[in-house]
Ligand binder design. Structure first.
Ligand SMILES: O=C(O)CCC(=O)C(=O)O
Ligand SMILES: [Fe+2]
Length: 201
């Protein structure tokens, strides 16, 4: 059963995906990762704690030169695989946006991986929301303001939850404080996968 809460303008759809839908998504992601393996972005500030890959026309890539969208995987040089139908169906249901997502970023959190407070603002268009799907271990999601990181609040995202950052909250600061390791057995090898869908151009 889905129940909806909101946190500084972010909509959280708790329990959006049931166990079967989550398993189908994991199977689809296995095919994505077979074509576009996870890599560890290394920025000027050092290696990121999450591993990343992507599907869609663009992947969001971070390296020592900065952050940007790229049409090829930074290690294989291959174009990104297509966004799975199951993922597009979620976007169509919750985004309220007529355009299709151009990037499905796939973040893998294992061990102490986390993500600092940031804004998703490397896109050319902010009319469509950012839609974020959680799979696997529970994560403490922090959402602050648009103009500044605080005041902020946090909510636990569980496997199958979907978060939507749209409208006035499209540019809200957000991040992952920590992941509760071992809280889900959905993913082989454990951890958490987050899918972040965005219109880029
Ligand atoms: O892992 C999450 O839930 C958030 C990921 C995120 O904010 C991003 O990739 O920009
Ligand atoms: Fe983000």
């Amino acid at each position: 059963m889905t129940s909806e809460t909101s946190l500084n303008g972010a909509r959280i759809l708790h329990g959006y995906l049931g166990p079967q839908d989550q398993a189908a998504l994991v199977a689809a992601l296995r095919r994505v990762v077979a074509q576009a393996p996870f890599y560890r972005p290394v920025t000027r500030r050092g290696p990121m704690s999450v591993r990343m890959t992507a599907a869609g026309r663009f992947g969001w890539v971070a390296d020592r030169r900065g952050y940007r969208y790229e049409e090829a995987h930074p290690e294989t040089g291959q174009p990104w695989p297509a966004i799975p139908q199951e993922v597009l169906a979620i976007w169509n249901d919750v985004s309220g946006c007529a355009r299709a997502p151009e990037c499905c970023l796939v973040n893998l959190y294992r061990g102490a991986a986390k993500m600092g407070l940031h804004q998703d603002k490397d896109e050319a268009d902010f009319d469509c929301p950012v839609v974020s799907i959680s799979l696997g271990d529970e994560a403490l999601f922090r959402v602050g303001q648009v103009e500044k990181p605080s005041p902020s609040g946090s909510v636990w995202l569980r496997s199958g939850d979907v978060a939507v950052l749209g409208g006035p909250a499209r540019l809200a600061h957000h991040g992952i404080d920590r992941v509760r390791s071992g809280s889900s057995s959905l993913l082989e090898g454990g951890g958490r996968i987050n899918l972040t869908l965005r219109v880029v151009t």
